[in-house]
Design a protein around this ligand. Structure first.
Ligand code: PPE
Length: 304
C-alpha cells in the first residue's frame, strides 16, 4: 500500500493510521457501502487536475440513492474534501477513493446505522502494469457470470457487488492471466472485473449497451466521446465471446485501468496481437486529455 499522510473521515482529516472503524461496522458484514475511484493527474502547465470529479461524485450519490442511503454531507462538501485530501497529502497525482457506508450501531441485515464517509488518496500507478498499457494484456472469460440486472444494481457502484469481481479476478490471475472478462446471464460479454470492454472490427467500435449488467463507466463515457470526435463509428450492442476472438482490436477502460489494450483472450491472439491503431489513437487522446493537453475536453478537469 502506498500510504499517504491523511484520510478524510466523517468531516475531518485524520492521520492515515487513525482512520479506523469498529469490527461490527454493518458494511463489513453485509457489503452495503458505495464508493468511487477517481484519478488526479499532473497537467502540462505544471498544475494538477482531477478527472471528471463532479461526474464521479454524482454517481456516488446516485449509488447511495439506489441503496436507500443518505450521505450526511452535501455533494459540494465532498467535492471540496477530495481536493483538501489531495492537498493535505501533497499529491500532484494519484487515486481518490470516496466511500460511504453503514457504520456501527445494531446488527442484522436490515439495520439502518449511521452513515460514515471516508476519502482516501494514494499514489497508484498503472493498474494492469505499465507493460500492459503499452503492449496489451491477456484476458480470460470468467467461469463466474456477471450478476443479473435484478441481482446487482447495475447503475450503482456498491461494495458488496465486488465479491463477483473479486472471484473473477482471482480466478483469472491464479490461472496466469492478467484480467477476467465476465459474461452476462444470457452469455453475452458484459465487462471486466473492474473495466468496461470494447472491440474494434473493420474500423467500428463496439461496446455492450448500458442495459447490459455493466457499470456506466465514466471512462467509458469519455472514450465514447473521444471516439466520436475522432470520427470512429460507435455501436452499443451486445456481442458474444467469439466476436472478441475474431475482433481486430480489443481494449478495456476504467479509472484505475485507464485505457488498456487486450492482446489475447482465452489464449487466442486478438488481431495482430498488439495494440491496434484505433485503440492507440483513443489511448493517446485519453492520456493527453487527462494531462490537460486537449483543450476541447478542458471542462472535464478540476484543477487544484
Ligand atoms: N466496471 C466495473 C465493474 C468497475 O469496477 C469499473 C471501475 C468500471 C467498469 C469502469 O468505471 P469508471 O472508473 O467509471 O470508468 N473500477 C474501479 C475500481 C478498481 C479497483 O480495483 O478498485 C476503478 O477503476 O477505479
Amino acid at each position: 500500500m502506498n500510504k499517504a499522510e491523511k484520510i478524510w473521515l466523517d468531516g475531518k482529516l485524520v492521520n492515515w493510521d487513525d482512520a479506523k472503524v469498529h469490527v461490527l461496522t454493518h458494511a463489513l458484514h453485509y457489503g452495503v457501502g458505495v464508493f468511487e475511484g477517481i484519478r488526479a493527474y499532473k497537467t502540462a502547465d505544471g498544475r494538477s487536475a482531477v478527472f471528471r470529479l463532479r461526474e464521479h461524485l454524482d454517481r456516488l450519490y446516485d449509488s447511495a440513492h439506489i441503496v436507500l442511503m443518505d450521505i450526511p454531507f452535501p455533494v459540494e462538501r465532498l467535492h471540496e474534501a477530495c481536493l483538501e485530501t489531495l492537498k493535505a497529502n501533497k499529491q500532484p497525482e494519484g487515486y481518490i477513493r470516496p466511500l460511504a457506508f453503514y457504520g456501527y450501531g445494531s446488527m442484522g441485515v436490515g439495520s439502518v446505522n449511521p452513515v460514515q464517509v471516508s476519502i482516501a488518496t494514494w499514489p497508484w500507478g498503472a493498474y494492469l502494469s505499465e507493460e500492459g498499457l503499452k503492449k496489451g494484456i491477456r484476458a480470460k472469460i470468467s467461469s463466474f457470470t456477471r450478476m443479473h440486472v435484478n441481482v446487482s444494481m447495475v447503475r450503482a457502484k456498491i461494495s458488496g457487488q465486488y465479491v463477483n469481481s473479486f472471484l473473477a479476478n482471482r480466478e483469472a490471475t491464479l490461472c496466469g492471466y492478467d484480467e477476467a472478462i465476465l459474461l452476462d446471464t444470457e452469455g453475452y460479454v458484459a465487462e471486466g472485473s473492474g473495466e468496461n470492454v470494447y472491440i474494434v472490427k473493420n474500423g467500428t467500435l463496439f461496446t455492450p449497451p448500458l442495459s447490459s449488467p455493466v457499470l456506466a463507466g465514466i471512462t467509458r463515457d469519455s472514450v465514447l466521446r473521444i471516439a466520436k470526435d475522432l470520427d470512429v463509428p460507435i455501436v452499443e450492442q451486445k456481442f458474444t465471446r467469439d466476436t472478441m476472438y475474431i475482433a481486430d482490436e480489443l481494449f478495456m477502460t476504467g479509472t484505475a485501468a485507464e485505457v488498456t489494450p487486450v492482446r489475447e483472450v482465452d489464449d487466442r491472439r486478438v488481431g495482430a496481437g498488439q495494440p491496434g491503431p484505433v485503440t492507440k489513437k483513443i489511448q493517446d487522446t485519453f492520456f493527453k486529455t487527462v494531462h490537460g493537453e486537449e483543450p476541447r475536453y478542458r471542462e472535464w478537469l478540476t484543477y487544484y
